[in-house]
Ligand binder design. Structure first.
Ligand code: NAD
Length: 246
């Protein structure tokens, strides 16, 4: 029960990696706020957690909506100890010739600017007591993938933002780190695997010979958010079956 008495906020908690992480935090004693643009999905995950969870609707691209989400957590649970900034969308899987400006803006808004909006609101809520924040980047935040223009740019941005925010916030007792998942069995990946160029590339990149279960990403998130990681600051850690060993 590593998180007994702790309050945890998870964006994108209605599906995939976020939902798996929400369940694990609850299993370890946390009170969990499950935030998602899809309120039905967030409520469905919360309903499996016997009263220890609260669902909240958020559009992470909208700073006012993000501020309201954090306020909801503070009102409901009294404080915020840990946050997992995880909501995101897949890329368009197009070449730079094919990708249009709206597709570029949308992915940067949902996958990168959102993390800034969340970090800012969460840091305010944690300012007096400290806390732990984990962002979801990607192996695409460390290496490039073909047809990955806007997704790679956004995830490289999350890596830079994580490192910089970590240096700013550690003096307030707030640790910031990121997980960089490889291919993980979620709706997002199922949509991406529809593209055979990307699917073949992904399969050929994974030495462990399979894609990840969302629980395998959640395990690293819980470690980074826990007191066991008390000296881990500003790290962006790949969890990818050996795909990008450096
Ligand atoms: P998923 O589609 O299962 O879950 C993403 C969740 O984010 C959904 O519930 C969705 O409703 C929510 N969301 C999307 N836009 C939102 C918005 N504007 N506001 C609030 N919520 C929003 O996908 P997943 O694979 O679990 O993705 C989680 C994170 O992991 C993403 O940041 C993704 O980029 C990253 N990631 C996934 C993989 C993978 O292979 N699945 C690999 C690397 C990184």
């Amino acid at each position: 029960m590593r998180f007994n008495g702790k309050t945890v906020l998870i964006t994108g908690g209605g599906s995939g990696i976020g939902a798996a992480t929400a369940r694990k935090f609850a299993d370890h004693g946390a009170q969990v706020a499950i935030a998602d643009i899809d309120m039905g999905a967030a409520e469905a995950v919360a309903a499996t957690m016997s009263g220890k969870a609260s669902a909240v609707q958020v559009d992470v691209t909208d700073p006012a909506s993000v501020n309201a989400m954090v306020q909801h957590v503070v009102d409901r649970f009294g404080r915020l100890d840990c946050a997992f900034n995880n909501a995101g969308i897949g890329g368009a899987h197009k070449t730079i010739f094919e990708l249009d400006h709206d597709e570029w803006r949308r992915t940067i808004d949902v996958n990168l600017s959102s993390v800034f909006h969340c970090l800012k609101a969460e840091a305010e809520a944690m300012r007096d007591r400290g806390g732990a924040i984990v962002n979801t980047a990607s192996v695409s935040g460390i290496i490039a993938t073909p047809r990955g223009t806007e997704y790679c740019a956004a995830k490289h941005g999350v890596v830079g933002l994580t490192k910089s925010a970590a240096l700013d916030l550690i003096s307030h007792g707030i640790r910031v780190n990121a997980v960089c998942p490889g291919a993980t069995d979620t709706r997002l990946l199922a949509r991406a695997m529809g593209n055979t160029v990307l699917a073949d590339h992904l399969k050929s990149m994974i030495p462990i010979g399979r894609i990840a279960h969302p629980d395998e990403i959640a395990n690293l998130v819980l470690f980074l958010a826990s007191d066991e990681a008390s000296y881990v600051v500003g790290q962006c850690i790949a969890v990818d079956g050996g795909a990008i060993v450096q």
